[in-house]
Design a binder for this molecule. Structure first.
Ligand code: MV4
Length: 500
């Protein structure tokens, strides 16, 4: 069908961990050879072993390995690589990387540098989408020029307002101003913070939407003018802008609203001639009004929930589109099958302010069975490197209904055996059992409103009790049936061994 096709025979994945493995699996299924690049810290990682070829690109710090464009381009040239998949994070939204690859005759699997640049600047993004029927939060047209203008706008849209940095995104560089008397200081601080953080002091003002939901729409576009929406994901369970639980579809959208938001997302994508996979983020307020926030120009961490409900492989689609093929479906062909939930398993201690708890995975046994998918990048015995994001795995469940997906998730979390590090699984188990989550009535304040470390004590105590019983039993066997003395040091060490 398509001319100008460039077939991809060898693919380099410019990433690590679970996403590198996930991308390579799809490539292999398509008969494409895979190349891994890895840092010294990742030498023994499963993604390196999985690849057909693997090249070490430097020491552990990303700035000396995964982020060095010249090293990656050189590997492409040396190994005659046809295309690069950037995964998420690292260089996935770096226009200079696409340009360098294109110069070297290598396909970048993603949008154009132009689309990345526009969507990377929150003001430019709003400017690009306006007038295309995409609802925007009321606020300033462009960057704020001085206190007088800020005050005029704030009085028109009414307080509270939110000051955002143009170069921000993902929650960085935001400041709420509750009332008139706080505007001057708020503005000054926002500008100074934006200057320090991004080297760009441009800020804009929006009406503050209280208690919003975070709903994002997955889109997919080819280079022949076809753009479809692959429905939404709800990601309102977040902690400090870090998503913890995601689900698809949202528990609250009506078919009409889903269509409206889907079409708005397509309009956003079209405004920058988008190609490939992208995500359009919206806020949904209590009255079910939705507003465009930003567009992420990459494959996202939470893409598996979309794959589970659509039956599509987003990575295969990305590769096909990059080869110049047309999307193999139209909007009318797409429908939602069942419900999917993802929880992110981080090596963080929820009982201790989610402090990273890196160390060795002394036990690591992921759950299995119907409707369970685990995207991970570690194996038992491996040490989680301190140099990167502490995500161990993504646990995804699918069911015919939301209730079934939740029940499966509870079962799967209970079956997940990890020791050696604390993880966010206990926290996710708490979320699954919470009435607000189960009823679907939750927003972006879920963690603030419903979580304190104490709520985990029940979960944890049960686990501790079981561990203590096992330890006591083992000890009794070893001591030939002698009763354990209360406070004996051997008892305590058996306890520690079990827990850590
Ligand atoms: C907002 C908002 C309320 N009102 N904008 C945070 C990340 C960025 N994508 C947009 N964010 C927000 N923008 C207006 N006008 C509240 C948030 C927000 C938020 C959004 C999605 C998910 C979690 C959030 C947590 C705090 C604040």
């Amino acid at each position: 069908m398509a001319n100008n096709n460039r077939s991809i025979k060898k693919l380099l994945v410019a990433n690590r961990g679970e996403i590198a493995l996930r991308v390579m699996r799809s490539a292999r299924e398509m008969g494409i050879k895979t190349v891994a690049v890895y840092s010294e810290a990742d030498r023994t990682a499963p993604f390196v072993r999985f690849a057909d070829e693997a090249v070490c690109i430097g020491p552990a710090p990303s700035k000396e390995s995964y982020l060095v464009i010249e090293k990656l381009v050189k590997v492409c040239t040396d190994l005659k690589v046809d295309a690069v998949h950037p995964g998420y994070g690292f260089l996935s939204e770096n226009g200079a990387f696409c340009t360098a690859l294109e110069k070297a005759g290598v396909i970048f699997i993603g949008p154009t540098p132009h689309a990345m640049k526009v969507m990377g600047d929150k003001l430019a993004a709003k400017e690009a989408v306006k007038g295309n029927g995409v609802p925007l939060v009321p606020g300033t047209e462009g960057a704020v020029n001085g206190l007088d203008e800020a005050m005029t706008v704030a009085k028109t849209i009414t307080f509270p307002i939110l000051i955002k940095a143009a170069a921000g995104g993902g929650g960085k560089g935001m400041r709420i101003v509750e009332k008139e008397s706080e505007l001057k200081e708020g503005l000054e601080r926002a500008i100074s913070e934006a200057t320090n953080a991004f080297g760009d002091g441009s800020v804009f003002i929006e009406k503050y939407v209280a208690g919003p939901r975070h709903i994002e729409v997955q889109i997919m576009a080819d280079t022949h003018g076809n753009t479809c929406y692959l429905f939404e994901r709800e990601c309102s369970v977040q902690r400090r802008h870090q998503k913890v639980v995601e689900e698809a579809p949202s528990a609250v959208l009506t078919p009409e609203l889903r269509k409206q938001m889907g079409e708005a997302a397509v309009a956003v994508a079209r405004s920058v001639d988008y190609r490939g996979a992208g995500t359009v983020e919206f806020l949904l307020d209590e009255r079910m009004n939705f507003y465009f926030m930003e567009m992420n120009t990459r494959l996202q961490v939470e893409h598996p929930v979309t794959e589970m409900i659509t039956g599509l492989d987003l990575v295969k689609l990305q590769i096909r589109v990059a080869e110049g093929e047309e999307l193999p479906f139209t909007q009318e062909d797409l429908s939602i099958n069942g419900h999917a939930i993802e929880v992110r398993v981080y090596a963080e201690d929820p009982a201790n302010n989610f402090l990273p708890d890196i160390g060795k995975l002394t036990t690591y046994r992921p759950p299995q069975g119907p409707g369970v998918r685990v995207d991970d990048g570690f194996e038992e015995g491996m040490t989680i490197p301190i140099h990167y994001d502490p995500m161990i795995a993504k646990l995804i469940t699918h069911g015919a209904t939301r209730e079934e997906a939740i029940g499966r998730m509870e079962r799967a979390i209970d079956d997940y055996a990890i020791s050696g590090v604390e993880t966010t699984l206990t926290f996710c188990r708490y979320v699954m059992g919470h009435e607000s989550f189960r009823s679907g009535k939750y927003d972006t304040h879920f963690v603030r409103d419903h979580f304190t470390p104490e709520v985990l004590e029940g979960v944890d105590n049960e686990e501790r009790m079981a561990a203590a019983l096992v330890a006591a039993h083992l000890l009794q066997e070893r001591t030939g049936g002698q009763p354990i003395k209360p406070g004996s040091s051997s008892g305590a060490s058996a306890w520690k061994l079990k827990r850590r």
